[in-house]
Design a protein around this ligand. Structure first.
Ligand code: ZN
Length: 325
């Protein structure tokens, strides 16, 4: 047997080799590497194609940087150059910022914003249209033209009402401005929080700002806005808006004596009792101050309110609900 096998091998050595060569080539790794090399070559080509693609994007970049707002806020409407984004600590800052230096009226005259206000484009734009469309006509009714917008405060990285640790104010987001008044070309001033100023004028301003801005805080909103009007475009759920600005009438000439007389008109018992106690806790003292202040305004807000001790119930509620800014 062994001999026969050995003889077969000896007789047909090539036959054995030929049989082995047929199956081997298919599984051989030689093909795998070759196959792997092809895809890699393709992959190499794709990146190359991508590398070649980038050029277009750079060319398109400049366009996206200009927001729709930025495009719309032309020099025909306002002098408001763009400034770099601000990224401060605690969420302060913003994008698409401008420095609003002046509003350009339809007749090409300018209303200077003093000092210039750092604002998000959207806020600057709304302010611009407010000046052009609402305040300029009001100034015209008063027989003059707008000259300056008294900017009390715009961008400032701080908490609401400058309270340390309080929620970030819209001022910190460059989304708010505090306005004290508007100066006219004839030297007169539309002072928004001056009790002696025309009530009709202030009510006109109140109606316009509460239509345009999502937050309006003025006298009566809290103790932080007695001398200016806060305007911002804060976005809230459901489009909720805050309009808190009580247009006060002038104080009576006998104002200094009012504190002693108030207890008689108002819901008296508690106040009177406290007054007699002399030494009161700080909290009670504050309430006393607040109540007379409200009562003092009631007759102004509603002429018929003279006989009603607490007609200002609703405004008071609202005031307490939104006492944060
Ligand atoms: Zn403010």
């Amino acid at each position: 047997m062994l001999t026969l096998a050995a003889m077969l091998v000896l007789l047909f050595p090539d036959a054995g080799m030929a049989r082995g060569q047929v199956p081997l080539p298919k599984p051989r790794p030689a093909e795998a590497p070759a196959a792997a090399a092809q895809p890699s070559a393709e992959e190499a080509e794709q990146p190359a194609a991508e590398a070649a693609a980038p050029p277009p994007p750079p060319a398109a970049k400049p366009a996206p940087q200009l927001s729709a707002c930025r495009m719309a806020l032309t020099e025909q409407l306002a002098i408001a150059p763009s400034i770099p984004d601000i990224k401060g600590a605690g969420g302060c800052g913003g994008e698409d910022l401008v420095r609003l230096e002046a509003v350009v009226l339809p007749d090409h005259s300018r209303v200077a914003v003093k000092p210039a206000a750092i604002l998000r484009c959207a806020m600057a734009s709304e302010l611009t249209h407010w000046i052009r469309d609402d305040m300029a006509p009001l100034a015209a009714k008063l027989g003059s033209k707008l000259a300056d917008l008294d900017n009390f405060d715009s961008f400032e990285c701080r908490g609401r009402n400058r309270v340390v640790g309080a929620k970030l104010s819209e001022h910190g987001r460059a989304n708010a401005i505090d306005v004290r008044g508007l100066k006219l070309a004839n030297g007169a001033m539309i002072s928004l929080t001056d009790r002696a100023a025309s009530r009709e004028v202030r009510e006109t301003v109140l109606a316009s700002v509460c239509t345009r801005f999502t937050t309006v805080l003025g006298p009566g909103s809290d103790w932080y806005h007695e001398d200016h009007i806060h305007l911002d475009l804060a976005q809230r759920r459901g489009g909720y808006r805050i309009c808190q600005w009580n247009v006060w009438d002038p104080l009576p000439v006998v104002a200094p004596l009012l504190p002693a007389e108030r207890p008689e008109e108002a819901p008296p018992r508690v106040v009177a009792a406290k007054a007699e106690q002399g030494a009161e806790p700080p909290a009670a003292a504050q309430q006393q101050e607040a109540q007379p202040a409200e009562a003092e305004q009631q007759p102004d807000a509603q002429p018929q309110a003279a006989e009603q001790p607490k007609p200002a119930g609703q405004p008071t509620k609202k005031r307490r609900e939104h006492r944060r800014f």
